[in-house]
Design a protein around this ligand. Structure first.
Ligand SMILES: CNc1ncnc2c1ncn2[C@@H]1O[C@H](COP(=O)(O)O)[C@@H](O)[C@H]1O
Ligand SMILES: [Zn+2]
Length: 338
């Protein structure tokens, strides 16, 4: 089964750039950024993917600081973007929507951050035989003014690269910031034709969940704490829940894998997609996530193929791109049946 899943051409719709650098790639990146590695660095690497039992979501957010340091220069960010694209391609992901929060520092403006990531996507996708889209992220823990700058840049760059910049991600620590404050800037993005992928109901905050559902979204990240009526609404509106199994278990937003809402979504034929979220931080791959789903919920090979086809449907891709992706998946499944 694992080999079948590794070879299956897959679609990744929820991946944060800086969270998707795995340990080997971090080491490779560090060698490039810092030169020879120190013992302290190796210790940091070991701590990076360790999650104590009973870890909290807040613990995850501390981990990103470590990678952010390595991607704080143009060269570091460039190399990191290539490594992430390469690693998804290695796992036979044929289409990935990368999300990332543009960061300004002494080395880069938010514009140059996005230009750098875009440049790598344009230059390297063909080399790794993978289609890559970019969703600039709004970090809800940062001021609204930052989100305004990000959306203005996304709107402008989407006119130049409409095939690559296709949406906006709303993420960041859900225990921080107030969704309501971001409604005007998210509306602006939507009015300019950008799709919205929103982290919604990752924590239990019924008031905010209601506000988000009322506002609407194209895809729902996590949806862990949706009520039954929330799940029904998503199904009626054909809004898929981006299920990130290992992320939810390791960050403690679901009690254990058996309690994951993927089970309910499968049983009710509600729209859903399997994703990694932060394959580096959570030490997983999309193949591993599928394998976990087969082991935990008894998904068959055909259900895994159906889930992949469903992901194509919900991708922020053009009709032609979707057709090409489906053909690639179909070709693999036909070979399997021979
Ligand atoms: C675990 N669940 C999650 N919930 C909410 N936001 C998350 C997240 N995982 C990652 N991020 C968001 O993505 C950033 C890292 O990638 P980029 O620096 O943007 O490429 C994190 O700092 C956080 O803002
Ligand atoms: Zn996420």
């Amino acid at each position: 089964m694992l080999q079948f899943l590794r070879n299956l051409p897959k679609i990744e719709l929820h991946a944060h750039l800086n969270g998707s650098l795995n340990i080997d790639s971090i080491r490779e990146l560090a060698a490039k950024v810092y030169g020879v590695q120190t013992k302290e660095f190796s210790t940091l690497c070991e701590r990076f993917i360790k999650f104590e039992k009973g870890a909290k979501l807040d613990d995850c957010f501390e981990k990103f600081g470590f990678v952010h340091e390595l991607t704080s220069t143009k060269e570091g960010l460039e190399y990191a973007t290539e490594l992430v694209i390469r690693d998804f391609a290695k796992d036979n992901v044929i289409y990935v929507e990368l999300r990332t929060t543009p960061k300004a520092n002494g080395n880069m403006s938010r514009r140059s951050y996005l230009d750098t990531v875009l440049g790598v996507i344009k230059n390297k996708s063909d080399l790794y035989k993978i289609k890559v889209k970019l969703l600039p992220s709004i970090n809800r823990a940062e001021p609204v003014a930052v989100a305004e700058e990000t959306v203005a840049l996304a709107v402008e760059l989407a006119t130049i690269e409409p095939e690559i910049i296709v949406g906006i991600d709303f993420s960041g620590n859900p225990n921080q910031g107030n969704f309501k404050d971001f409604i005007p800037v998210l509306s602006k993005a939507r009015n300019h034709g950008l799709k919205l992928a929103m982290h919604c109901a990752e924590v239990d905050n019924p008031v905010e969940i209601r506000e988000m559902i009322r506002f609407g979204m194209s895809r729902c990240g996590h949806g862990t704490y949706l009520s039954d009526s929330g799940f029904e609404h998503m199904k009626e509106e054909n809004i898929p829940i981006e299920c990130c199994l290992t992320s939810n278990v390791k960050s403690g937003t679901v009690a254990n894998i058996g309690a994951h809402h993927l089970k309910q979504l499968m049983a009710t034929c509600a729209p859903k997609v399997l994703c990694t979220d932060d394959s580096g931080v959570f030490d997983t791959t999309l193949s591993d996530e599928f394998f976990l789903a087969t082991e935990s919920f008894g998904l068959t090979k055909s259900q895994c193929i159906a889930l992949t086809m469903e992901a194509v449907e919900h991708a922020f891709a053009t009709r032609e791109e979707k057709l090409m992706l489906k053909m690639q998946i179909y070709k693999y499944t036909r070979l399997q049946n021979k």
